[in-house]
Ligand binder design. Structure first.
Ligand SMILES: Nc1ncnc2c1ncn2[C@@H]1O[C@H](COP(=O)(O)OP(=O)(O)O)[C@@H](O)[C@H]1O
Ligand SMILES: [Mg+2]
Length: 217
């Protein structure tokens, strides 16, 4: 399932956020988006997930024109094929850790026999036995790992992560990168990751630099 972005452009009023972004990410590939604060990295990632709109160009995934899907069809595509790690976690406060991680499986109607998978995911992100904890009892780094377990639990073909290691200590950050890259290499996911971390970017197959003038290189 290849992600193909062609000549993507977006602006707010007269101000371009980005222009002519063209990018292909094959299964098993890892592309890092880098650039200063405010250049549009999060906006571009949101466009890739169909969570934001654009003004020119196309986002295609596995031959599907994401911009042509209506809201419901796009939500369904996202549920099936996308794992998204938000910068601000978006862990749901009223659900415990295991319920948060189980959410994508529940939305896909795959909650049956999901318990073992959730236990495995919590172990993989270094939160073994913490399934019954509520988010308010976790640190920022732990919440980020819950968000990552949730993004990976349904083995999505497209993995989009917005500064997923920004709140983590170096050891935990390295572990999180290992998980995201592992999913990419072993299950043939396409990984697009926004990062300020040089060590994270150094592991990417390719870099996309976003610049303040909207030009990508
Ligand atoms: N709703 C909006 N209206 C106008 N400008 C916006 C809006 N949302 C974001 N922006 C602007 O778009 C630019 C890109 O933002 P963002 O994608 O968050 O950048 P980054 O993730 O690289 O820090 C910023 O200059 C921001 O101020
Ligand atoms: Mg951002």
């Amino acid at each position: 399932m290849t992600l193909r972005i062609s000549n993507l452009g977006k602006h707010y009023g007269d101000a371009p956020v980005f222009e002519n972004v063209t990018l292909t990410v094959e299964p098993g590939e890892f592309v890092a988006i880098v650039g200063e604060s405010g250049v549009g990295k999060s906006t571009l990632l949101n466009c890739m997930a169909g969570l934001d709109s654009w003004d020119q160009g196309t986002v295609m995934h596995d031959g599907i024109d994401i911009g042509a899907l209506d809201g419901e069809a796009c939500a369904l595509w996202r549920r099936r094929h996308v794992g998204f790690v938000f910068q601000a976690f978006h862990v749901l406060p009223h659900l415990d850790v295991a319920q948060n991680v189980a959410l994508p499986l529940m939305l896909l109607g795959q909650q049956k026999d999901s318990e073992g998978r959730i236990v495995h995911m919590l172990e993989a992100v270094g939160l073994p036995g913490m399934g019954t904890r509520l988010p308010q009892t976790l640190s920022g780094g732990q919440l980020q790992r819950v968000a990552i377990a949730r993004a990976l639990v349904h083995r999505p073909a497209l993995l989009l992560a917005d500064e997923p290691t920004g709140n983590l200590d170096p050891t935990t950050a390295a572990k999180v990168m290992e998980l995201l890259i592992g999913q990419t290499r072993e299950h043939g996911a396409s990984l697009v990751l926004v990062t300020h971390s040089e060590s994270a970017a150094a592991q990417a197959d390719r870099l996309l630099h976003l610049r303040a003038d909207g030009i990508a290189a």
